[in-house]
Design a protein around this ligand. Structure first.
Ligand SMILES: [Zn+2]
Length: 200
């Protein structure tokens, strides 16, 4: 293909093709779509990609992705800072927060415990969570990891690491579809799962 297509076109198709869920056909379609659009649109897209890499940082408290440190949740004094909801990914915060039924703060692990896929305990922000809880003032840690085998293993691991802290550990109620990712759950199911959380 690279012999037939001009080099910049081939290069953009190749870059698009590296994105998750984008096959060669889609990569070609996106590239030719952009070629037909005004230059400003392409610039806006390129700038947005650069900005997200340059301006988004980790919140040093909860490891959420944010433009500010601390993030909007950790900086919000109206939220209940005695309750920490532990999630796998930043997108899970979006899902939980739009339910409106949770007013505490969050902690992002950035993945789930999965030795088969090379994700070990140290790759997750578990030690950071234990340190955060160790600083005191936290009454409840809500484990909101996914209802998958990895999510369950992660919840177990976090609970073990918090055992000596004396903090109350709860887990989202069942009712979330087994094997599902939190971010795809509907608001009603998530609200119910939060309200019905149980000791863990
Ligand atoms: Zn934060």
């Amino acid at each position: 293909m690279s012999q037939i297509l001009a080099e910049p076109i081939a290069r953009l198709i190749e870059e698009f093709g590296k994105l998750p869920g984008v096959g060669p056909k889609t990569a070609q379609r996106l590239t030719f779509y952009l070629l037909r659009r005004p230059a400003e649109e392409a610039h806006a897209l390129a700038q947005a990609i650069v900005d997200v890499k340059e301006q988004i940082i980790f919140c040093h408290v909860c490891f959420n992705l944010s433009a500010t440190d601390p993030c909007q949740f950790c900086a919000d004094t109206n939220r209940d800072h005695t309750r920490i909801c532990v999630v796998e990914e930043p997108l899970d915060i979006l899902a939980l927060d739009r339910t409106g039924s949770y007013k505490g703060v969050y902690h992002v692990l950035h993945g789930s415990f999965s030795p088969m896929e090379g994700v070990l305990e140290d790759d997750l922000k578990i030690r950071e969570l234990a340190e955060r809880v160790g600083q005191g003032g936290v009454q409840e840690v809500i484990l909101a990891t996914n209802a998958t085998v990895e999510g369950e293993a992660t919840a177990n691991l976090v609970k073990m690491r918090l055992q000596d802290s004396g903090v109350h550990v709860t887990r989202l109620a069942q009712g979330l579809p087994i094997g599902s990712d939190l971010e795809y759950a509907d608001d009603y199911t998530l609200s119910r799962a939060l309200e019905g959380r149980r000791d863990y």
